[in-house]
Design a protein around this ligand. Sequence first.
Ligand SMILES: Cc1cc2nc3c(=O)[nH]c(=O)nc-3n(C[C@H](O)[C@H](O)[C@H](O)COP(=O)(O)OP(=O)(O)OC[C@H]3O[C@@H](n4cnc5c(N)ncnc54)[C@H](O)[C@@H]3O)c2cc1C
Length: 383
Amino acid sequence: MDPTPPRAGRPRLLLVGAGHAHLHLIRHRHRLEAADVTLVDPGSFWYSGRATGMLGAHHTAAEDRLDPTRLAAPFGVQALRGRLAHLDPEARIARLDDGRELDFSLLSLNLGSRTPCPARRTPGPLVWAVKPIPRLLALRHCLEQEFSRGLTPRLVVVGGGPSGVEVACQLRELARRHAARPEILLVTRGERLLEGAPAGAVRWLMRQLERREIRVRFGLNVTGHAAGGVTFATETNAWGEDSLQWLAADHVVHASGLAPPEVVERLGLPLIPGRGLAVEATLQSPGHPDIFAAGDCAAMLHHELPRLRIHGIRQAPVLLDNLAARLAGGPLTPYVPQRLALAILDLGAGQGLAIRGRRWWGGRLALAWKRRLDRRFLRQFRT
Ligand SMILES: Cc1cc2nc3c(=O)[nH]c(=O)nc-3n(C[C@H](O)[C@H](O)[C@H](O)COP(=O)(O)OP(=O)(O)OC[C@H]3O[C@@H](n4cnc5c(N)ncnc54)[C@H](O)[C@@H]3O)c2cc1C
């Protein structure tokens, strides 16, 4: 679909990326009456809270995704399928990767993040990243085929944070549904899982992993892929980088942290290296008062936030207020991040692990709580 030019004399607010903050803006479009609003996104919104549950076949793809185009229409937001490739902030023009150009008066970027991962090698294991989330669906389909053919692939998950742990558990769940018993190995460069989590929660988690026959190896830095497996280095390896070690794998899933999307490098906007688009407390790009960013792609100048959807969700009302204020010429408000965030891991087999600061809770109730929060979030946007 080609972009419709804004009506004469009216400003255009361009929303790029259908992330959490922009979904909120669409629902509250009436607060942005003064502008024509256009959303650009290449596909669906995938909800990360259900992503690993989808891998484990507890959720269907339809339960994990929303169509931003369908959401936008009833609120009077023009939705375009497309991917931002470049920006000319001075001329206020956004260029999409198919060559289309969109001018804007106000711009908001909610582009998410990606999972960095070493290049695939042939011959070598199949390589998967947890983001973009549809990769997990492709992994599930691939494994379902292998399990149904009676194969028992060796599965290696890289990353000892919440998503690595969830992926390892949900791979076991998927295998269990198909009566398969593949080897599952979770590797982390750290000395423990879930850095920063209470020690009791980590001990409880280790018992859960043992029960699921998921092996864990610590202090192991995966550096690349090779025939039949992955290469890794350890801190204690006295021989240096020319003596990499090797680990057998048929599938490698990378879940070792999130990084800003590559496109942020091509936008001509201030960046914080490795963290994303620099933003003031008001979510404005420094020196560009009409350009805003929120969620994982944004890096606050005065706070280093973990990449959690709660920040995108909580930034949304501030973003809305500030865009409305720019349109009306009013004062802007700052986003003040909350100190603690609740994380609930879905470990499959009906078990969850909830952590907030030093408090934690493992078991069925934690998972029921997570499912309730996920349902409540998604229900707002189902049309
Ligand atoms: C497996 C997994 C599990 C997770 N679980 C949790 C959890 O339980 N709790 C939690 O808080 N966080 C979790 N996270 C982190 C969470 O996914 C992110 O913090 C969150 O999705 C970021 O949301 P966002 O609104 O910034 O962007 P997203 O929701 O990622 O949306 C970004 C949008 O921008 C679009 N886009 C990207 N590039 C372009 C472009 N060039 N042009 C146009 N559009 C573009 C994308 O298509 C996408 O629709 C998890 C992450 C993973 C990978």
